[in-house]
Design a protein around this ligand. Sequence first.
Ligand code: TTP
Ligand code: MG
Length: 390
Amino acid sequence: MICHIDMDAFFASVEQRDRPELRGKPIAVAGTGNRAVVSTASYEARKFGVHSAMPVFTAKKRCPQLILIPVNKARYHAVSCRIMEILGRLSPLVEPVSIDEAYLDISGSQRLLGSPLQIAKRIKKDIFQEVGLTCSIGIAPVKFLAKIASDMKKPDGLTMISGDNVENVISFLPIEKVPGVGHQAMEQMKKIQIQTLGDVRGFSAEFLEKQFGKWGIRLHQLARGIDMESVEPLQIRKSISSETTMDEDIVDEADVRKQLLVHSQQVGRDLRACHQTCAHVSIKIKFADFSQISRGYKLSCPVCSSEAIFEKVVKLYKNLNNTKKIRLIGVGVSRLEDGEKFIQKDLFQTDEQKEHQQWESVDTAIDAIGKKFGSSQVVLRACLTKTEGS
Ligand code: TTP
Ligand code: MG
């Protein structure tokens, strides 16, 4: 059996845990600036219709007493690492899929820890006792149903879809609840009168492939309760990204470089916190007219220094020869690997590799200072300080 664990209102719950005066209040963790969006809202705020990705402006309109809290990614990340550690004690097969969710294959843990329900209760108890937060858990024979189950009862829920219940759940499962069904697929589904995952059974694999490509074949299998994906413990995260919607559109190259530096530093910090390296970097740009592009670059040697990431993303940006106003900039890294495996310490390093390693040492020292003082802003590159140029 597989468990899917998803923390409740994660960022907001961490804030409410650490600041008792916020408990029971409608709060939203959100970016700052007049174009900021809500990262997440406490369940008290959700009653007013406030939700993730909503502009702060709209959220405030829906809930005037909403308390806004700035995002503190480093703290949520540290809490996330502790949660993953707890899960790792209950099964060696843990697959973290985002900062607040993970799959756990408990097939091998049952002899030692009891039935799936008992194990799930233990997970909830351990997380609550040690981290002070609630989560919702779904249990099912396959991954996609475990994820669907964890979403059925929230917050603090526990839902099990047992083998003989699978058929029934699939028959009535609204198609938009199936992970991977986006807006566009929904429109296509409507046209062929698919409303539930059960309805998909009326179509052949060939037809579904023609309609939806490779994903159509997966859909054909999911409708029969088949999910070939197993819990992959080594693949900690597939990618890490950081982005901002700016208060005002920018076009000046110096401003763009600053943004690229801020995000390169953020993803670099995240990589190093999990002792990982990346072998692919990318930029995402949304222009003032809302059109969007992304460009990527495969690295010959995996890196984790913010400087190495920055250097590549600046190149990617320069190649665009952009003259259009920019509304959002993001930096992403992928092809993540365990860092220890790749740190090159041999005698035959190229100058570039040596330079990357020196930057890694600088970054690691800055990370340590940031950790000690509880903020990543203690040591900043000169160009990111407000007094620049004065
Ligand atoms: P979710 O698990 O999607 O949401 P949640 O944990 O806040 O609430 P729920 O109880 O419904 O699970 O996302 C986890 C965290 O990721 C969330 O606390 C904040 C962050 N996040 C964003 O920053 N932007 C987003 O658009 C979403 C959906 C999440
Ligand atoms: Mg969550």
